[in-house]
Write a protein that binds this ligand. Structure first.
Ligand SMILES: [Zn+2]
Length: 358
């Protein structure tokens, strides 16, 4: 729940641009002053956002949450294109601190269509970045060279993961909240998805090897290098052999950028919007079934489903509702997915997202 004391002390310390410093005695005097009036924020910062989006009630937000509110508004604006029923994507947007879920940016309980934004995540974003970095280092997926420069794994080097590597070396705790958020949820998350596609539950480097083999003229490049192996040959290898084969070929033929879910700046909130749109397509009974313990266990133990979901992301492989949200957000950003991914998405009644932009 909302930590009022923490919120009061935060607001008391924060200056609102163009106004006088908000001082604590006035705030303490009445509960109504704990939250900044939504209209004040919106009139100043969100000129291009339509009234129906500005009208969604906001609760619990603080001055430092303004960049995040703007990002959410942009996400709703974008996702409304895919909202044929035109019921508002969210009934309400609530900022609250959930220390139990330090990594959770936001969530939408499916039956409520309320967007809950975790202030705790944003208040501790440097810790989240450091924790993720340490996991990569521990797994040998990021190393440091003699000059102290971070390096990503050579076989996972492509146009997108290289952006992550560059940003990682530039990362500084003095960055703005928005820059940190982009770095964590876009660049770092893309690398995590790439890693997840080989180190997920089914630990199957085959998927990524296949993606490499299908892309461009990788097959002829590998044939010239004497490194080509057929699908049957790869499948017969042990997982360790497959890993060393992936390391060998990945250096010459990098994993295609689209081989996993590509995350975009507003991706995290588009993902939440898909949860909300998805719930409009589901009967309460089906909604309950898809999020049931039994369904999730079945999802995690079905090899065909796992192989399909891991083409999207590690998170998509965890449960059906997350799979839909990950794919839907990718589609809304113009990403194209495999036939099997799309079949599963439609089977689960994922929102109809036409790729008008691509
Ligand atoms: Zn989700």
């Amino acid at each position: 729940m909302v930590n009022i004391v923490q919120r009061l002390s935060n607001i008391a310390k924060t200056k609102v641009k163009g106004t006088s410093t908000v001082s604590s005695p006035n705030i303490v005097s009445t509960v109504n002053h704990i939250n900044i009036k939504p209209q004040v924020i919106k009139d100043t910062f969100s000129k291009t956002i339509p009234q129906e989006i500005l009208g969604i009630p906001l609760k619990g937000h603080r001055v430092q949450d303004i960049p995040i509110i703007r990002m959410i508004e942009q996400s709703i604006l974008h996702m409304n294109k895919y909202n044929p029923k035109m019921s508002p994507i969210y009934k309400e947007i609530v900022f609250e601190s959930v220390p139990k879920k330090p990594k959770g940016v936001a969530y939408v309980p499916m039956s409520t269509r309320t967007l809950h934004v975790n202030s705790y995540y944003f208040d501790h974003i440097d810790e989240a970045i450091t924790n993720n970095l340490n996991i990569f280092i521990k797994k040998g997926l990021i190393t440091k060279d003699k000059n102290g420069t971070y390096k990503i794994a050579p076989y996972l080097r492509n146009a997108k993961s290289e952006i992550f590597e560059t940003r990682l070396n530039e990362y500084d705790k003095s960055w703005s909240l928005l820059d940190k958020f982009m770095f964590h949820r876009v660049s770092m998350n893309y690398y995590a998805n790439l890693v997840g596609s080989i180190a997920g539950e089914s630990k199957s480097p085959v998927l990524l090897i296949e993606k490499i083999m299908k892309a461009g003229d990788n097959q002829s490049t590998l044939k010239k290098l004497g490194l080509f192996k057929s699908r049957d040959e790869v499948i017969k290898m042990s997982v360790d052999e497959q890993m060393s084969y992936l390391k060998q070929i990945g250096v010459h033929c990098p994993p295609p950028v689209n081989s996993v879910c590509v995350t975009y700046p507003d991706y995290a909130f588009n993902h939440e919007a898909i949860h909300s749109l998805h719930s409009l397509n589901l009967s309460p009974k089906l909604l309950q079934e898809l999020s049931s313990e039994a369904k999730i266990t079945e999802w995690c133990n079905n090899k065909v489903i796992q192989d399909t979901a891991l083409k999207v992301s590690g998170y998509a492989a965890q449960q059906p509702l997350e799979f839909v949200a990950e794919v839907g957000a990718g589609l809304a950003n113009g990403q194209v997915f495999d036939k099997e991914v799309m079949e599963l998405y439609r089977f689960l009644k994922g929102p109809n997202i036409q790729n008008v932009s691509k």
